[in-house]
Design a protein around this ligand. Structure first.
Ligand SMILES: [Zn+2]
Ligand SMILES: [Zn+2]
Length: 233
């Protein structure tokens, strides 16, 4: 024979105990989880999001990941799972519905909370450099006619935009109109080199590369600024 068990708090007969009280009493007494309000920083220039000290693509997934890291679940809940639904209320305002599910005394329980938060605008390091005319390389576009050079510029900007998804420093810090085209100051030498190779392929021309000594590292290594010239005539 088995003894009947009663909750010492409400007197109910039950088999489901958590911390010596019945499941209902436990759930009345304790919250399953707490959420710390997350802080989000968004670069207003490249729209990347600061996540664990890294600038990442800004999307719902990266926001949800960060919120999940700020959810603290009580240790009594076994096999906890977190579900997050995001609602964008305005450009910078969000609402998140956070659901936590898990097992308490072998019973599936679920609770939800809603939080509102705001993205804060800032400037990432790369965009800060670009705003200060930083350049690792110069991409020169040269064409016979004004029309051709503008088309070339547009194409180059589109190619750079793709590179910016990977590295914000691939943007331009200055675009200078010259007699036969444009000079683009580019934050990343790697991006400038890649885009000039793509342009050379599209226009079926050779890249003219030159470099200028701009200084010396403490290690004695010489620093150069590369210029990639694409000339269509
Ligand atoms: Zn009870
Ligand atoms: Zn940025």
């Amino acid at each position: 024979m088995s003894f009947k068990k009663f909750c010492p708090k409400c007197g109910k007969e039950t088999e489901q105990f958590v911390e010596n009280i019945c499941l209902d009493c436990f759930l009345k007494k304790k919250e399953l989880f707490e959420v710390e309000k997350p802080k989000f920083f968004l670069c207003k220039y490249c729209l990347k999001l600061l996540f664990k000290n890294k600038w990442v693509d800004f999307n719902d997934e990266s926001i949800a990941k960060e919120i999940a890291l700020n959810v603290n679940i009580i240790k009594e809940l076994k096999q906890p799972k977190i579900f997050i639904e995001l609602e964008k209320k305005s450009r910078l305002d969000y609402k998140a519905l956070i659901q936590v599910r898990g097992l308490l005394s072998k019973t599936l329980v679920e609770r939800e909370k809603e939080i509102n938060f705001q993205l804060r605008e800032t400037t990432c390091d790369s965009c800060m450099k670009l705003n200060a005319s930083y350049r690792e390389a110069i991409l020169q576009l040269r064409a016979k006619s004004e029309k051709d050079s503008f088309e070339m510029l547009q194409l180059t900007k589109n190619l750079l935009k793709k590179e910016m998804l990977k590295d914000s420093l691939s943007g331009t810090s200055n675009i200078i109109k010259t007699k036969n085209g444009f000079d683009l100051w580019i934050g990343s030498k790697k991006a400038a080199s890649k885009v000039s190779r793509e342009l050379a392929r599209i226009y079926n021309v050779k890249i003219i590369v030159s470099k200028k000594l701009i200084g010396e590292e403490k290690s004695g290594e010489r620093k150069y600024r590369h210029t990639f010239c694409i000339k269509i005539l």
